[in-house]
Design a binder for this molecule. Structure first.
Ligand code: SF4
Length: 230
């Protein structure tokens, strides 16, 4: 197996009903027909894509992990990777096809953003399914730079560099903060985990509308020692 896998066209079409539910748009809403048309067009043009790289965990110590030769100073990463010998680096994007499509009507000025967010979520689910189905890794989780207390966005430079070819294969570029363009893109590490770990459990952005699991204060204290006041 090559240690680097490019998935050029992730099959993750949006389901209208699920998309409407996620956006809190009821079937009785005046906006529903516009959404239905936009979902159909988005499914025609969207090309979510990803790169996976199967890499060695070289070393894990107190508050750091060395993965594929790259040192990451992070307590949470050290905690989650301490029993792993191999993990996947990944980069994934919803692409810019929906944002650039002039046929998709966006009277509210937010529809394309909402759709690409949903496309990225669907692409994430397919990527994780691909890893489970292809490599038989049933219990897996992922972590991303930017959403964890001690793994900030600046770590994205080393991660994207280690994956290599992300701009050529996916069309992703980065700004000076490490944020990726197109905006609806992600990167991180997929690792073996049977605890049901999700980044959100350690993220203190308590008002986030995308939260998947509640903030876990006791786990936060176990890893970081204390919860700061703000
Ligand atoms: S709570 Fe929101 S910002 Fe924090 S990790 Fe979850 S989705 Fe990301």
């Amino acid at each position: 197996m090559s240690d680097r896998i490019v998935i050029k066209d992730i099959k993750a079409p949006l389901d209208l009903k699920r998309t409407a539910e996620n956006m809190h748009i009821s079937e009785d809403s005046d906006f529903y027909d516009e959404l239905a048309e936009a979902v159909e067009k988005a499914n025609e043009v969207a090309r979510p894509r990803a790169v996976l790289k199967w890499v060695n965990v070289d070393d894990v110590g107190d508050g750091y992990a060395v993965v594929d030769g790259v040192r990451f100073d992070s307590k949470v990463m050290a905690d989650k990777l301490k029993d792993s010998r191999k993990v996947f680096f990944f980069a994934i994007t919803a692409g810019d096809e929906v944002q650039n499509d002039t046929d998709i009507e966006d009277s509210m000025g937010v529809l394309k953003d909402m759709l690409t967010s949903q496309i990225l979520g669907a692409a994430y689910r397919e990527m994780m399914k691909y890893v489970r189905d292809t490599f038989g890794s049933q219990s897996i989780a992922f972590m991303n730079p930017g959403s964890l207390p001690d793994w900030n966005m600046q770590n994205n430079f080393a991660l994207i560099d280690a994956i290599g070819g992300v701009e050529a294969d996916l069309g992703i570029t980065m700004n000076s903060t490490g944020a990726m363009i197109p905006f609806q893109s992600g990167s991180g590490i997929i690792f073996a985990d049977d605890t049901g770990y999700a980044n959100c459990s350690l993220c203190r952005n308590l008002d986030c509308v995308g939260r998947r699991v509640p903030f876990d204060e006791s786990e936060y204290i176990r890893i970081f020692g204390e919860v700061p006041d703000n």
